[in-house]
Design a protein around this ligand. Structure first.
Ligand code: ADP
Ligand code: GLC
Length: 506
């Protein structure tokens, strides 16, 4: 029997992307499919997503909460008095052929731009309803709304899908079909917490609103709903899976996670070889390999030119490709830049987000013209150009569930300089003498989140640069590492199996 997986998420590369979640939604489903599963994505019909999907078949109306045959008081009420009710449209991602359901809900998903934040960086005012409907659609599909395709597993990602688990909990009391429920935490810091008064509107019965349910300090928590009502919880690295059961990284939910520790699994993300491969990357030509790095030297020269950096091939070129937020620890960077430049290094930054971090980095660029460059914004081609052309990629993160750019850096021989936290601790090995000696070194790692530790790690990078043979050896080792989606998919299949032991996996 083929395992059917409903994969519920809010972004997918290249249609809509704000961060690593989109890369995961593009990489993991095909890997599960390659192992014999039948995977369909469910996404809100944001304009970017609609544009990249070819519809197939007639629309499927989505009953509101309390509709015919449904328990009363469960599920969101009609989104608006006027206009058509929400519906699902089946289709395929035009470029990849991956099957999807798109959730259309008039008025909820049509705004362009960032799917979560308005132009002032504030959450869209109807966030709770937007994602309640997503959860509701998942719960209805999961319990057999479309008889021709009933999933064995509903697999939701991040808080936006959290209410799916609460609704499934309620619907499962009477539904004939009860799918296994798996939830993946990509980032515990974003939780979807809303005013308790929304309960009737979202169709969340009182029986769910208590400290062992989805109530969180008197409010509704989508994240807690998922953590409480899923059969298994995964997160995107083994270290983060441990960290979130403690107060420092648990974001107030450590108690819930500790209680569910037996069902909590850390599965590292992979790298999509069709997008991030230095030999075949269409955005980085000519390509390169560990044995022939000529293309990398050219990528560095191109990058220096493109970002207005002096064309010094010997300059150790540090880089950042990131959301500029507290999470990424980039508030430390400005205080380390003068020393970085004094030692002969350069810095190329691509990112956007926190205005204060942006401004501090802009000041650095003004202070060091030709040595420090900042591009504010989101630019896929430049991201590839930086990851290919730089010598070092910086992730001094405060916390990092997995992190993908350090994995891309490793693949392109751009050594990651990271803080030992979350997925960074699981994927990068420091260039200490003993690690150099046994050939396991792949980057530069520091522990405490302060600027002196960051500077010391940078000094280690300069020191390694002065030992070119060692640098090459570390680079070769980094480029030989493989974080494959096939390995991750096999681990997810084991988690699915653990919560539906009777079902053979093909
Ligand atoms: P997070 O999801 O926390 O932002 P990840 O490292 O998991 O961090 O994923 C970030 C993804 O977003 C990577 O694919 C990275 O290349 C991409 N990215 C981040 N910032 C930018 C940017 N300014 N322009 C283009 N791509 C970016
Ligand atoms: C989140 C995390 C990041 C992770 C990504 C994909 O955005 O911040 O560390 O790599 O999700 O799982």
């Amino acid at each position: 029997m083929t395992l059917r997986v409903l994969y519920v998420c809010t972004e997918v590369f290249p249609l809509l992307k704000t961060g690593g979640l989109a890369d995961v939604s593009a990489g993991l489903p095909p890997a599960l499919t390659a192992m014999g599963s039948d995977v369909r994505l469910l996404l809100p019909a944001f304009p970017g997503v609609v544009a990249g999907v070819t519809p197939e078949g007639p629309p499927l109306p989505l009953p509101a909460g309390g509709g015919p045959g449904l328990p009363s008081g469960v599920g969101p009420q009609t989104a608006s008095a006027q206009g058509p009710a929400p519906w699902l449209q089946a289709g395929r991602i035009t470029a990849s052929g991956v099957p999807v359901w798109l959730l259309h809900a008039p008025g909820l998903y049509e705004h362009g731009g960032n799917p979560y934040l308005d132009e002032h960086g504030q959450p869209w005012p109807d966030s709770a309803e937007q994602f309640a409907w997503l959860g509701w659609a998942a719960a209805l599909l999961g319990t057999g709304l479309h008889a021709a395709w009933v999933p064995d597993v509903v697999h939701g990602h991040d808080w936006h899908t959290g209410l799916a688990f609460a609704y499934l909990h309620e619907l499962s009391r009477t539904a004939v079909h009860r799918p296994a429920r798996v939830f993946t935490v990509h980032n515990l810091a974003y939780q979807g917490v809303f005013n308790a008064e929304l309960r009737p509107r979202l169709g969340l019965p009182d029986g769910l609103f208590h400290w062992q349910g989805l109530e969180f300090h008197g409010q509704i928590s989508f994240m807690k709903a998922a953590l409480t009502y899923s059969d298994a919880i995964t997160t995107v690295s083994p270290t983060y899976a441990r960290e979130i059961t403690g107060a420092e990284q648990g974001c107030g939910l450590e108690g819930v996670l500790l209680q569910r520790q037996a069902q909590l699994h850390g599965i590292l993300n992979g790298v999509d070889d069709t997008v991030w491969n230095p030999q075949t990357d269409p955005l980085v030509q000519p390509g390169f390999t560990a044995r022939n790095l000529k293309g990398k030297a050219q990528a560095k020269a191109r990058l220096q030119q493109r970002m207005g950096l002096e064309p010094r091939h010997e300059a150790l070129l540090f880089s950042v490709v990131s959301r500029l937020t507290e999470q990424k620890g980039l508030h430390l960077l400005p205080a380390a830049v003068d020393e970085l430049v004094r030692r002969g290094g350069q810095l190329a930054v691509l990112g956007s987000g926190d205005a204060a971090i942006e401004q501090a980095l802009r000041d650095c660029a003004l202070r060091h013209p030709g040595q420090v460059a900042l591009t504010v914004g989101y630019d896929e081609a430049l991201a590839h150009g930086i990851i290919a052309g730089a010598d070092v990629i910086l992730l001094p993160s405060r916390f990092e569930p997995c992190g993908l750019t350090q994995l891309y850096g490793l693949r392109y021989g751009t050594l990651p300089l990271v803080r030992a936290v979350g997925g960074l601790a699981d994927t990068v090995v420091d260039c200490s003498l003993e690690n150099l000696d046994d050939g396991s070194a792949s980057g530069f790692v520091f522990d405490e989140l302060d600027v002196n530790n960051l500077k010391v790690a940078m000094r280690r990078a300069f020191a390694l640069q002065r030992r070119p043979a060692d640098w090459r050896a570390v680079q070769r080792h980094a480029m030989s590492l493989r974080f494959s989606w096939a390995r991750a998919a096999a681990e997810y299949l084991r988690v699915y199996a653990s919560v539906m032991p009777a079902t053979p996996l093909v």
